[in-house]
Design a binder for this molecule. Structure first.
Ligand code: ATP
Length: 306
């Protein structure tokens, strides 16, 4: 692990946006129990246990110093609620997620948790406050049990199993050749996309952080898998401030609030029902999705993006 530390530091300095690498680096820091290579400022604070309100305030952002990607974006995510980020491809949803993960800092304005600027929160504290579930679940070459335990290293086997049950993963794990002791990762058993997502959700549930950041996988899942992932997400989001880049209509329908992002700006935000009652961009997109993709009486399977 120590040998892995130097490359991890380099990766971190490069601000790699590759999600799996980020998760790997983040987890390695957790394991090594030592500070991130990006030093905290001297006045950085460990965040007190608050409500978990997340906010972008007048945020502007550019990757290259020229082309604005986000412009004067103010977006408040209410504590304990689940907000689905939707909108056309290229609108800035992933960029918002990157700012929340502090892979980048905004060029203008600031991002805050419970009123404190992320730049003033120690990285360790920020890491403890948030759980991230991305599109590509990073699996260590270890057992299923240890991979879930990455969520909280001091968790007991019973805690791991409880989290796996909540994430709808227990049954498939028990059907593996050695159950929770089955090796996964590079030389381990192959897991389907839906199974990997549920392992990742089990980790997040085990971590029990007040803020959950989720980039839902775009890969197609069969109907059974999708229903299980949907239930796992419902369980993982319960009682947390959740921000989710939603690719599935069922996820949008399960969210408390919708934020429609286009061209780096917030176009509309509010509860699903309210947005559907106005003739806005979200209602148009939603109705197109529902009428175009869903067979009568069945649940639409797909993408809320254009
Ligand atoms: P999608 O739904 O397709 O993932 P999105 O709404 O998440 O899109 P972003 O991925 O945030 O949108 O992209 C917003 C804009 O920023 C796009 O024009 C994209 O090309 C650009 N962009 C994204 N990541 C980078 C990067 N690392 N470097 C430079 N430009 C980037």
């Amino acid at each position: 692990l120590l040998m892995a530390y130097e490359p991890a530091k380099r990766l971190s300095r490069m601000r790699v946006s590759l999600e799996s690498a980020f998760v790997g680096v983040q987890m390695m820091f957790e394991i090594l129990d030592r500070p991130d290579s990006m030093a905290d400022p001297a006045d950085a604070v460990a965040l007190p246990h608050g409500q978990g309100e997340v906010a972008l305030r007048n945020v502007g952002f550019t990757y290259d110093g020229k082309r604005p990607i986000l412009s004067d974006l103010t977006l408040v995510f209410a504590p304990g609620r689940t907000t689905a980020l939707v909108g056309p491809s290229g609108g800035g949803k992933s960029t918002i997620m990157s700012l929340l993960l502090r892979l980048y800092d905004p060029t203008e304005g600031h991002v805050e948790i419970d009123g404190t600027d992320l730049r003033r929160i120690t990285r360790r504290s920020l890491q403890q406050m948030t759980a991230f579930v991305g599109q590509n679940t990073f699996l260590f070459s270890s057992t299923v049990r240890e991979n879930i335990r990455m969520g909280r290293l001091d968790a007991s086997d019973a805690d791991v199993e409880r989290a796996a049950r909540s994430a709808q993963a227990h049954d498939f794990i028990m059907a593996l050749p050695s159950g929770y002791d089955t090796p996964v990762g590079e030389n381990g058993i192959f897991l389907s996309g839906g199974q990997r997502q549920r392992l990742s959700l089990a980790r997040a549930i085990l971590k029990d952080a007040p803020i959950l950041l989720l980039d839902e996988a775009t890969s197609a899942l069969d109907n059974d898998s999708e229903a299980l992932v949907r239930d796992a997400i419902a369980e993982a989001t319960r009682g947390r401030t959740t921000i989710i880049i939603a690719h599935r209509l069922s996820t949008v329908m399960g969210a408390d609030d919708i934020a429609f992002i286009e061209g780096g700006r917030l176009i509309e935000q509010g509860p699903l029902r309210e947005l559907l009652e106005r003739p806005g961009k979200f209602a148009a997109l939603f109705n197109k999705e529902v009428s175009g993709k869903a067979p009568a009486g069945a649940e639409a399977e797909a993408v809320v993006e254009e």
